[in-house]
Design a protein. Structure first.
Length: 773
């Protein structure tokens, strides 16, 4: 039977596409790119950087399968993702299978739904070569920077590192942000000040002093004056405040929210979104747009009115469909064809549910608890962004204090909750009414507490903060932020870890009636959880690159490249001119650099600090015998260079290496987290349990993150790779081979039960999921 071939990037979409388009359509995936540029030798610099593409190793079977699929089709629809990479994939398919670029149909959709797919098929476009040129330029630029500068790192730092040292056009500026933040942290030890809180009124409300004393003596004097001071209370006028709803989710905004609220890395967030998109639950997740389609706005208005009432609909909700400055028009006059192509590419919406009435998704198939949480976050933000502002009445009460200072207490009462109603809000704030009715005049304190804290203490970046800074500095595209943050961790330059604070001796004060009590204590300041901490390897690499290639990795230079790539995508700049400019600059900066001068720091006559295969080590030479010892992770390279460490302060003890992390007790038994050859595992009492979490999060994983793996006993061991387990929503099949990065979670059906035989389970896996174990 004749059919129309639909070619997508991911196989997860195929069944839904065939279902929605119906008979006469067959769908097959390319599994991403099929061709690549191997190295710089494949680029003809003298011929305007013309690349020679090669089929990707391991894709030969898919290339052959697609060839037959296309040859037997009566028509071909290229349905790669609507971004530069997707446009390039579509173009490569044309090149591989001799399809005419000018006439082969390109369809674009931003949600895997029946309406979106049918609309795309009815309104096909053509491949936008300007987008292809922008992608090709980006690919060649990345090759130039990587292949030219990475060998410089090998020759001048270390050739034999486990992951391989590398520099990158966007990777290195991303690392620079973390590097420079660490420099600021090192130069900002903070200063001790006192936070003073006065407890007043019959409700014992905590009023905050508007001044920080910076010494014990001045703090003591203030408190002594407070004993006989006539504190006067007054409540300010009620002020109306408006809290606007959040903006629709762009890629970077979603990554930041998921990092902050769900503790998910940008990569984990994008992986979850990919599954939700392929399942038809959300729109395309790589977008800069803050707009929704007109059709969606209509359904959102209806849903909000039905659930909360007409007053809760954003009064200017239609403006959410206006693009504003999201896409600036090209300076060049465009042809009608280019305008059509441009319009198709600019049709992205913000990230939203495909159906606003679907408030949650179920744990089944590829949808796990992670995807459920991400969907809930997207659904909530979408609803809130379409709703009216929240209106509050606010008030600030003041109480006079010695030295012309004041204590302040601010509170507010919701008048109209607006968008806040979605996640819940405080309906009745008793302190708001209480303070307004409290009689002005003299008032006595119940007690006054003055506690030492650290001011001007810089903190390490969260992943959310780094995403925000990447966007602010124009480093890469929102679609690449996740991979950039993952890459600098994968290379060993940065580690997501908990930071141990510094112990400081303090004296706190407590004043009750006329009795002033001093409380000596030792406090820890600067402790942090789950932060991005630059490692010694990252510092050494960054020091070298800034010393010799600083101009290549300034934020303005990187942003300028991204801006030029945008111009290329609009047809306003020549793609190979950018490549030539980059290559010439690297060659100029590399001109006077001599390879082979690897940095080694001498500790004493027999011990030297160096970078080895598995990171920094101490090389120990004793006569003809050479050994290597592991270095502590918290060593400051600059202090090491200045000779401020003894050997014992540098070396990690064997006990520390093997101890793992004690997480606490669960059901009366100790839980220790350890790193093994095949990933993380926990020792729970006397039982070893694999922990399927990212090893990069080792330092920040808590007991609550591990418990779910402890309480999911294996009901049936099918093989070393597959088992039936008891989950939150009942039994399921867990499947993961050593080569798989992530496991599969398969729902049971009527043909299999937890108490079945191993042979029946194996037969079910083969018949239903084509898995042989």
């Amino acid at each position: 039977m004749p059919y129309t071939a639909v070619i997508v990037e991911s196989p997860a979409k195929c069944s839904k596409i065939e279902k929605f388009l119906g008979a006469g359509y067959k769908c097959m995936a390319s599994f991403g790119h099929l061709r690549t540029i191997d190295n710089l030798n494949c680029i003809d610099v003298e011929n305007n950087f013309k690349p020679t593409f090669k089929n990707i190793t391991g894709k030969s079977r898919q290339i052959t399968t697609l060839r037959s699929f296309i040859a037997e089709a009566q028509d071909v629809l290229l349905a790669a993702d609507d971004d530069r990479e997707g446009e390039a994939i579509a173009w490569h398919i044309c090149q591989l299978y001799n399809l005419p670029v000018a006439t082969t149909k390109r369809i674009i959709f931003h949600e895997v739904t029946e309406n979106a797919l049918k609309a795309a098929v009815q309104n096909p476009t053509r491949i936008n070569m300007e987008l292809v040129n922008a992608q090709q330029s980006r690919q060649i630029l990345d090759l130039i920077v990587g292949f030219k500068l990475s060998p410089m790192l090998w020759n001048n730092i270390s050739f034999k590192t486990e992951k391989g040292l590398s520099a990158g056009r966007c990777q290195t500026p991303a690392l620079r942000l973390v590097y420079e933040n660490q420099k600021e942290i090192d130069c900002s030890p903070g200063r001790k000040v006192y936070n003073t809180t006065g407890y007043f009124t019959s409700k014992n409300l905590d009023f905050t002093l508007d001044f920080n004393h910076d010494g014990e003596k001045s703090m003591e004097n203030f408190l002594c004056e407070s004993v006989n001071f006539d504190h006067m209370y007054e409540c300010g006028n009620v002020r109306k405040t408006t809290k606007n709803p959040p903006s629709p989710f762009t890629t970077s905004a979603l990554q930041q929210s998921a990092s902050t609220e769900l503790r998910l890395s940008p990569k984990a967030t994008m992986d979850a979104c990919q599954k939700l998109y392929e399942g038809g639950y959300i729109t395309y997740m790589r977008t800069d747009s803050k707009t929704y389609s007109i059709d969606f706005i209509k359904t959102a208005k209806t849903a909000i009115s039905k659930t909360y009432g007409d007053d809760y609909v954003h009064p200017e909700i239609e403006k959410l469909s206006e693009r504003g400055d999201d896409k600036k028009p090209s300076k060049k006059k465009k042809t009608k064809k280019k305008e059509e192509e441009s319009t198709a590419q600019e049709a992205h919406e913000a990230i939203r549910p495909t159906k606003i009435d679907v408030t949650s998704v179920k744990e089944e198939g590829s949808i796990s608890s992670r995807e459920i949480k991400v969907y809930a976050l997207i659904w909530r933000n979408t609803m809130e962004s379409c709703m009216a502002a929240a209106i509050y009445n606010g008030v600030t009460a003041k109480i006079t204090a010695p030295e012309d200072h004041n204590y302040k207490y601010s509170t507010e009462q919701a008048v109209f909750p607006g968008w806040k109603i979605v996640a819940g809000y405080e309906e009745n704030n008793q302190s708001f009414t209480f303070l307004q009715h409290l009689k002005p005049g003299s008032i006595n304190y119940k007690k006054i507490l003055s506690k030492v804290t650290m001011k001007d203490l810089k903190s390490h970046f969260t992943e959310a903060k780094l995403v925000q800074l990447l966007e602010q500095h124009g480093i890469g595209r929102p679609s690449t932020f996740a991979s950039l943050i993952d890459k600098i961790q994968e290379r060993g330059y940065v580690k997501k870890a908990n930071v141990t604070g510094k112990k400081v001796k303090c004296v706190d004060f407590e004043l009750v009636e006329d009795v002033l009590e001093e409380k000596a204590d030792e406090k820890e300041f600067g402790g942090e959880k789950g932060k991005l901490v630059i490692q010694q390897l990252g510092v050494v690499v960054m020091d070298f690159l800034l010393a010799h290639y600083n101009d290549m990795f300034t934020y303005d230079y990187t942003k300028g490249m991204e801006d030029t790539l945008d111009l290329i995508a609009k047809g306003d700049s020549v793609w190979h001119d950018l490549c030539r400019s980059c290559l010439e600059q690297i060659d100029t900066l590399s001109g006077g650099l001599k390879p082979g001068n690897k940095e080694q720091i001498k500790i004493d006559e027999t011990h030297t600090y160096m970078i080895a295969k598995y990171g920094p080590v101490i090389k120990c030479v004793n006569g003809t015998k050479t050994t290597f010892k592991k270095v502590r992770e918290d060593i400051d390279i600059d202090k090491l260079r200045r000779g401020e460490y003894s050997l014992d302060e540098i070396i990690t003890t064997k006990a520390a290496i093997n101890s793992g992390r004690a997480l606490g007790k669960h059901l009366g038994k100790e839980v220790d987290l350890k790193k093994g050859r095949f990933g993380l595992y926990a020792i729970w009492g006397t039982t070893n349990i694999n922990i399927k979490l990212d090893a990069k999060d080792y330092e920040t994983i808590e007991l609550k993150d591990v418990v779910e793996f402890l309480i999911k006993p294996i009901l049936l061991e099918i093989s070393k790779d597959a088992s039936i387990r008891n989950g939150k929503h009942g039994p399921y099949v867990y499947y993961k081979t050593d080569k798989m990065k992530k496991p599969k979670f398969l729902s049971l059906d009527k043909d299999i039960r937890p108490n079945c035989s191993v042979s029946d389970a194996k037969a079910w896996l083969k018949d239903k999921h084509d898995i042989v174990v």
